[in-house]
Ligand binder design. Structure first.
Ligand SMILES: [Zn+2]
Length: 369
C-alpha cells in the first residue's frame, strides 16, 4: 500500500466509527500519525492502521461495561484525574483470547512517540462476558499503570548485585557452568524491564491486585491454575512468564501480610498438589536459588509503596461485608466495586440462576446509560 492509500483507509475507518464510543481515540491516533515527521510518517501511518484494525467493531452492552471499567480503573490505578494515554480493549482471536497488556509506540519523530496501550481481552466481541475473570482486567491495567513506574520504587538491585557477586565468585572458583548460568538467570529474570516481562513486575502487579481485591483475586488465580496444571509444569522457568509456583508463593506471602491469612488457603493447597505432582522440579537447585525470598519481598514492598503514593483503596474484610450487603443493587456499581460485587453475587448464588439474573440486570443498567 502507498502512503496515500493508507491515509484513505484510515479516513474510511474513521467514518465507519462515527458515533462509536472509541471514535475519539481513533481520531487522536490518526491525527497523531498524520502530524508525524516525514522520516517516520510511513511507520506512524502503518501503526495507526494496525491500531484501528484491532479496535472493537460492534457497540455492545458488554463493550460499554468494559470501557467504563477501563476508564474507571485506569484513572484510579494511575492516581490521575483522567487517562493520560489511550487504552484500547482488543477482542481478537489473532491474539489468543487470553488476558494481556502491551504498549505500542506511535512515533511522532525518530525519538518521540505517543504510547497507545492495548488490553487483550479473553473473549471475542460476540462472546458473553464473564465477570469472575475480571480481576485479570485489573491485573493488566496495573501493568498499564506501571509503565515506566515500578523501577522508580524498586530497590532490588542491591540484593541482586550481592547474589550475582556470590555466584560469580562460585563460578570463578570452580569454573562451574551451573553457577555461570544462575548468574545469568538472576539478571534475566530479576531486573525490571520496559516490556515488564520480568519477575519483579509480575510479583508487584499481583501485590497491588491483592491489595485491591483480596480474596476476589485469590479466586481468579485459583480458577486459572486449578485446571491448567495438568499441562503446565508449575516450576517451569520461561523467559516471558514467571513460574506459577513462584507466583503463587509470592501471593500467599502478600495475602498473609494484608490480613487474608485464611483466604489464601486454596493457594497453599495448590502448592502442595504441585509438590506431589513434580517432586523433582520442586527440589531442583536452580529453581530454589532463583526463587529468592528477599527479591520477592522487595518487589512487593515497592508495589505497596506505589499503591500508597497514588492512594489506592485497600479491600478490607469490613469493606467486603459492606459491598456484599449492597451488591443486589446494580445501579451504582462501577470499577472495583462492580468486580467485587460480581464475585459476592456468584458466591451467594453459587453461580446459579440468581447470578445470571444479576449479570443481566447489570448489563441492562449499562445499556440504559
Ligand atoms: Zn502480568
Amino acid at each position: 500500500m502507498t502512503e496515500q492509500e493508507i491515509v484513505k483507509e484510515l479516513g474510511a475507518a474513521m467514518d465507519r466509527m462515527r458515533g462509536h464510543p472509541l471514535a475519539d481515540t481513533a481520531r487522536i491516533i490518526v491525527e497523531t500519525a498524520l502530524r508525524s515527521d516525514l522520516g517516520c510518517r510511513r511507520k506512524a501511518l502503518e501503526e495507526a492502521h494496525f491500531l484501528l484494525q484491532v479496535m472493537p467493531k460492534t457497540e455492545t452492552d458488554e463493550l460499554h461495561i468494559d470501557l467504563s471499567l477501563i476508564l474507571n480503573l485506569g484513572i484510579l490505578l494511575n492516581g490521575l484525574s483522567r487517562l493520560d494515554r489511550p487504552i484500547i480493549p482488543v477482542y481478537h482471536e489473532a491474539f489468543g483470547l487470553e488476558w494481556g497488556h502491551t504498549a505500542r509506540k506511535l512515533h511522532t519523530d525518530a525519538r518521540t512517540w505517543q504510547p497507545v496501550h492495548l488490553i487483550f481481552m479473553n473473549r471475542t466481541e460476540q462472546q458473553p462476558l464473564d465477570l469472575l475473570g475480571y480481576p485479570w482486567l485489573v491485573h493488566e491495567l496495573v501493568h498499564y499503570a506501571f509503565a515506566n513506574q515500578l523501577p522508580l520504587f524498586y530497590q532490588g538491585h542491591q540484593i541482586l548485585n550481592t547474589r550475582v557477586q556470590q555466584w560469580n565468585l562460585a563460578s570463578l572458583a570452580v569454573n562451574d557452568p551451573v553457577s555461570q548460568q544462575i548468574t545469568k538467570d538472576f539478571r534475566t529474570y530479576w531486573i525490571p524491564k520496559e516490556s515488564q516481562f520480568d519477575w519483579p513486575h509480575e510479583i508487584a502487579v499481583d501485590a497491588v491486585c491483592m491489595l485491591l481485591l483480596g480474596p476476589v483475586y485469590v479466586s481468579a488465580l485459583q480458577r486459572e491454575y486449578a485446571d491448567a496444571t495438568d499441562t503446565i509444569n508449575a516450576y517451569q522457568i520461561e523467559p516471558d512468564h514467571i513460574p506459577i509456583e513462584l507466583r503463587t508463593q509470592a501471593m500467599i506471602r502478600i495475602g498473609e501480610q494484608l490480613g487474608w491469612e485464611a483466604e489464601v488457603e486454596p493457594l497453599r493447597l495448590l502448592q502442595q498438589q504441585w509438590q506431589r505432582q513434580w517432586p523433582e522440579a520442586a527440589r531442583a537447585s536452580r529453581y530454589r536459588t532463583l526463587r529468592d525470598h528477599a527479591l520477592i519481598a522487595e518487589a512487593q514492598r515497592a508495589a505497596l509503596e506505589y499503591a500508597t503514593s497514588v492512594r489506592l483503596p485497600q479491600l478490607t474484610p469490613a469493606r467486603l461485608t459492606e459491598l456484599s450487603a449492597a451488591a443486589e443493587d446494580v445501579a451504582p456499581l462501577q470499577g472495583l466495586d462492580l468486580i467485587i460485587s460480581a464475585w459476592c453475587m456468584y458466591q451467594r448464588h453459587q453461580g446459579g440462576e440468581g447470578y445470571a439474573t444479576w449479570t443481566a440486570r447489570l448489563l441492562q443498567s449499562f445499556a440504559d446509560e
